[in-house]
Write a protein that binds this ligand. Sequence first.
Ligand SMILES: [Zn+2]
Length: 116
Amino acid sequence: MPLAGDARPQDPAPIREQLWELPPLAWEVTEYQRHARTCPDCGKRIWGERPPEAPTGCLGFRAQAAVALLTGGARLTRRVPQTLLAELLGLPLSLGTLLPRRRLLRLPSPACGYPR
Ligand SMILES: [Zn+2]
């Protein structure tokens, strides 16, 4: 309720109250479209790759760091971070996605020299 009248010199210092709020969360989604070419000789289809600076998998680097913190750094079972990520961040991940991160091997096909 606002106080009546103007402040006077004998009034005490104001009580300071702070209210902290989370900023609204808006996910940044980047879509990569990887096109394919078919070798005219052997018919093998070769798909383009993501840019080299792009992360693998379905999570960006900051999202990966959050998952790593919750699953590894906080030493929680996988269901707890799964619930926290879904309820707090709106990121519904399967338990399989929360497994330790492994780099996928993408071996080039030696049989086909079709240019990419
Ligand atoms: Zn070929």
